[in-house]
Design a protein around this ligand. Sequence first.
Ligand code: FAD
Length: 303
Amino acid sequence: MTTPDATPQSSPQSPSPSPPPPFRFFDLEVDRIRRISPSLVRVTFTGPELDAFASGGRDQSLSLFLPHPGQSAPVLPDATAATDEASWIAAYYQLPDDVRAVMRSYTVREQRRGPAATEIDIDFALHPDGGPACRWAERAAPGDRVRVLGPTDEDNTGVRFRLPESADWVLIWADETALPAASAILEWLPAGTRARVWFEVAEAADRVEPLTRAEAHITWLVRAESGEPRTERALAAVRADKLPDGTPYSWIAGEAGTVKALRRHLVNERGFDRKAVTFIGYWRQGLSEDGLREEAAATASAE
Ligand SMILES: Cc1cc2nc3c(=O)[nH]c(=O)nc-3n(C[C@H](O)[C@H](O)[C@H](O)COP(=O)(O)OP(=O)(O)OC[C@H]3O[C@@H](n4cnc5c(N)ncnc54)[C@H](O)[C@@H]3O)c2cc1C
């Protein structure tokens, strides 16, 4: 599958009938829902086979398949009828638009293994352009069914945050779609790691402080408090900062145009080693994730 990813490598997670290990499909059910801030909804899922799910933590991503309104479960091609990944994808796209499950990329905010059940949380950013995933999260209720393509081994390529041993400090920039991933990264960082962090959110009440043992200096950029365009606001904030000394590792994720501009600033103006900048476009202004996939497929077939 191709995600709306600004990194050169595409997602390893393929929605094929037998995705290459360590990925597989899981049928999940909504257990509970909690509004953690005005723009973020946390949905907790359980499932009969979730014990086999193995999140690598940090920015672990998965592919989420959602039903359309009126459907009781996501509709996907019969895996047993497909011989390989290409035929499964072809069968997926042959299903009518209003029947075929909505496919979106999300982050495992947390996996918990309890004595009674294994659970995973996904935090959904609610956005005014309201795509199907956002609308699904707004309406989600206990018992709702979804399917995910997720990892069965913690060491998997759906984790992009890879802290090099040579790094003296970490730079993180995230908007609210990447706040779940960045928060999990901050929870994971070894005690005392120096981190310079920028979080962009819609309003002041969306500032959900992450728990961390790192020496993290966090700046919140609140859109409701400034009329500046998204990318200019982000660039101005990072540009104005006197960054720590030493060798940096950077992880930036969120709106693709902003992420691209920030990466350019870090590499071209700040002299960051491009290999030490992990940058991921989580969404793009004005284009749905389906549109991004179509664009990526068209680019790939033109090459
Ligand atoms: C690896 C990865 C991990 C991700 N993890 C998360 C996560 O944990 N939580 C999360 O909320 N999102 C996450 N995202 C982003 C999420 O997949 C996109 O925001 C997705 O577009 C939402 O789907 P949708 O159906 O709501 O909107 P779509 O149908 O895809 O888009 C409809 C319209 O909404 C716009 N849009 C999409 N997202 C936003 C937004 N946040 N703000 C304003 N406009 C928007 C699009 O530009 C488009 O115009 C992740 C993306 C990737 C690639």
